[in-house]
Design a protein around this ligand. Sequence first.
Ligand SMILES: *Cc1c(COP(=O)(O)O)cnc(C)c1O
Length: 418
Amino acid sequence: MSGAAGVIATSWKDDAARDLVLNAGERYALLTRGEGAYLWDDEGTRYLDFLGGIAVVSLGHAHPVFVQAVADQAATLGHVSNYFATPPQLGLAARLKRLAGTGDAGRVYFGNSGAEANEAAFKLARLHGGADRPRVLALKQAFHGRTMGTLALTGKPAMQEPFQPMVPGVEFLDTTVAALEAAIDDRVAALFVEPIKGEAGVLELPEGYLQAAREITARHGALLIVDEIQTGAGRTGAWFAFQHAGITPDAITVAKGIGNGIPIGALVTFGAASELFYPGTHGSTFGGNPLATAVASAVLDEIERAGLVEAARDRGAQIRGVVDRIGSPLVEGCRGQGLLIGIALHHPVAGAVVAAAQQHGLIINAANDSTIRLAPALTIGDVEIDEFETLFAKALATVEDALLLDAPTAHHSTEAPA
Ligand SMILES: *Cc1c(COP(=O)(O)O)cnc(C)c1O
């Protein structure tokens, strides 16, 4: 920005268009402040945030526990490298093992994002069986990240296409038990599963799929790796979504909601899979540093203390009731679990609904052309949900009106930035 006399200051949109890499579309607003479930932009407009930074801001914005944990740890010890252990790192590892239910035989690797957690899981799969198990199975439409390794695991051909060739060995399956039975053999190292396909439109697995996948992978000596990056940290009404199925996986990956915005990701291993890494096989300069791990521990502690796992279940049910009560002819129904909600639309107008919602002061997201995704803070209460009802009803009504005026063309981009 130029403040020189006679020069008109550029707008933030010009700055963004000139300075930021062209990997995403135009930003929706310039956000400057947050508190609880609310955000404010540079013009002072207030928004109700029902996206939570894509399932990241579990406690809401500027939560006092988060703020205090950042300040206290930054003032104590911020970074030392992985030549050393620190109390926050050991504390978070023990906490994640307890919440995931690994028992003593579990281990935790720390990275800085979801993709890094899945990269570690991909390397875990390669270490399991080596050249005897070159095959890795993943599900069509599941999203596992945008680095070259995790893109190779992501079953979306359009996303892979510009970046071919992919890391080899990955095969994509239909999400049915029959497809898994048909594909698997003793040369498979691992099956990757996203328990609710968030980026694909909040698509749930078929009933019984995880239980069957556990039995089939175990029979063939393959690892079952569950990507809990979007579903973890209590969001679905359990600490991790695999726990609804009552199974024990070989590994899970976590990120997003465990940090409330501090960048962190982790691989949590169970049983024998915990012995696959050996010195020199993986690492990260920042991974597991005392600042990020102290904050994530404080966030998980607050989720536990405040009963937010149960709250996610109850508030999720309440929001589904609200969506039903609005009774919009655009809405087909809700998918997902807890506070990871996909609202299926009858028409491919999710982008238009998101844009209308922002005009009315509500931030939501289009997971695809015909699905709205909600992932608000687990701390939301009656006040926020009542306000959501009013604003979401207005947004739907705006699009309903537009559809009546020019029905076939009401269609906006739904490119997700994840
Ligand atoms: C967001 C997400 C990722 C990638 O996480 P990043 O932190 O963006 O690298 C991977 N898997 C799932 C299921 C996700 O939702």
